[in-house]
Design a protein around this ligand. Sequence first.
Ligand code: SF4
Length: 441
Amino acid sequence: MNDLEFRQQHLDTKSASFCAAKWYNATIWLGSGQTTSCHHPPAHHVTEKEVIINPAALHNTKQKRDDRAKMLAGERPAGCEYCWKIEDMGRDAISDRVYKSKIYPIESLDEAFSTPVHHDVNLRTLEIAFDRTCQFACSYCNPAFSSTWVNDIRKNGPYLKLESDGRNHFTHTHDSAQLYGFNDTNPYITAFFEWWETDLHKTLQELRITGGEPLMSGHTWKLIDWFRTNQGKSATRLAINSNLGADVDVDRLLLSIQGMQVEIYTSMEATGIAAEYIRDGLDYSAWQANVTKLLNAGITVHCMCTINALCLTTLTDHLNQLLAWKHQYGRERVNFTLNILRFPSFQSALVLSDVLRTRFNQVLAQWLAHNIANPLMQEHEINHTQRLIDYLDVVKTPHSDAFDMPKLLNDFKQFHTQYDHRRSKHFGTAFPELKEWYNFL
Ligand code: SF4
């Protein structure tokens, strides 16, 4: 059954907005006590009091119950705008609502649909972050998710003259993202381990640990130890998001997970100097070496591409690298997703001029035409590439916030000028194809 047939037969028959992720999937940031259903809707807070009484409240919040009620009635929760925007592009565009629902058995979708909204639901897939410790400070990230970003703001002060970033992500250290010190007892982490021991290890299909850089957190290693010493007790698949930077201890990881089923997710969307510009802290060759080491050890690697304005100059080179690994290690051993960046909006691909967008749209369309029949490509990879081509099409996806374009362009220039200065980088060297456009901003 293809993605569209799945949507028509198993989602549309329930309601026009049903998405199983609202029931079975969560991202939970334990450092700040925040959660969301998938990584698209904005995070919301869970009170300490609630999780002390009921650890399942880490996921079953009032906000999620309200959103579930809306989905049962066929209404669109506002926080899921990412999916509605893609579905409104037409062409039977497949949003993440489909991908994030089809990973569950059909009976589970029916069960979610008939569960009263005031009931707690046990998670099937969970992404957790213990803290924001990270040795990278990527351009589209911010201090809420990276301690290196915190250091930038502490050392150099706020980024100045940004007009469009209503969330003020680059002006302060986001202390609310790390409510507890490393030696304090964090009630959210306590609640997680409690819920894990009582229920989660029985119901979770997949537990994915994210960060920060999770391999820099002691709690991650504690959890890996739990899996190693309790082999056979839980059927949960363990997955770890890692930037696979030069100082990530891949050898220790391989030793710790020997004999276990673990998958690695890594972020990358560009190559060489362009990738190192976007993902500050990255050594691109070291990343390639770490991916190869994991593949050689039999680990499956998923590459999450965050599609922003800067990655388009080398995106197809990156996809070719992924195809080369697929060729060497197998179609399923390397996977990719193309996730369109919305925030910060001044780093979205939509800020590029129509000429540049059209050029990148054509390059990607040619790449897909060349590879669409390649047996190494999976269906979701073809669909993700096609939806990005549509997204870059200036007619199909015009600048929805044309009114704000001057502000977005101002911020693009302001941000990267300051980023270059603080991080000792040079925009024109990393992106010669964008240099002329950038210089005129
Ligand atoms: S943003 Fe999309 S995938 Fe995520 S919970 Fe909402 S509808 Fe589901």
